[in-house]
Design a protein around this ligand. Structure first.
Ligand SMILES: CC(C)(COP(=O)(O)OP(=O)(O)OC[C@H]1O[C@@H](n2cnc3c(N)ncnc32)[C@H](O)[C@@H]1OP(=O)(O)O)[C@@H](O)C(=O)NCCC(=O)NCCS
Length: 103
């Protein structure tokens, strides 16, 4: 069953999930994340799979451009959870992408 048929996108469904996108600091801003994600969406589109994940705000633009849509936000007040009171609210954006042929 596609992920979008479940009441919450994190419920178990049939689709692709991915966890971490990171590029070595020495090679950032050269288009590597963009290329990796283009490959990822080509696999999702070829197999007709929805994709869910939680994006850091810094990378949100990359995913939006490739067809992911925001479904929710999680905000955590980091000042409550550690010694540093200056960190403030950390936001992750929950995103869902429908494969191209199904839009
Ligand atoms: C986020 C990250 C993966 C981007 O990797 P990258 O290879 O530098 O990204 P790209 O060069 O492909 O850039 C893609 C777009 O994001 C933008 N971007 C990249 N780094 C950015 C930054 N630090 N701040 C704002 N925008 C940034 C680029 O300008 C580019 O937009 P454009 O095509 O309109 O110019 C990389 O900074 C990273 O590893 N960060 C630490 C881990 C992390 O936060 N991962 C995100 C998990 S959801």
């Amino acid at each position: 069953m596609p992920l979008s048929k479940f009441p919450e996108p994190t419920d178990v469904g049939f689709g692709l999930d991915f966890n971490t996108l990171a590029v070595h600091p020495d090679r950032q801003k050269e288009g590597i994340a963009n290329l990796l994600m283009q490959y990822f969406v080509s696999v999702a589109d070829r197999n007709g799979l929805e994709t869910y994940f939680q994006s850091q705000v810094i990378a949100h633009k990359i995913y939006r451009r490739l067809g992911w849509e925001d479904v929710n936000n999680f905000d955590t007040d980091l000042s409550k959870w550690g010694p540093r009171k200056d960190l403030g609210i950390h936001r992750v954006v929950c995103m869902l992408r429908t494969p191209r042929a199904f839009r």
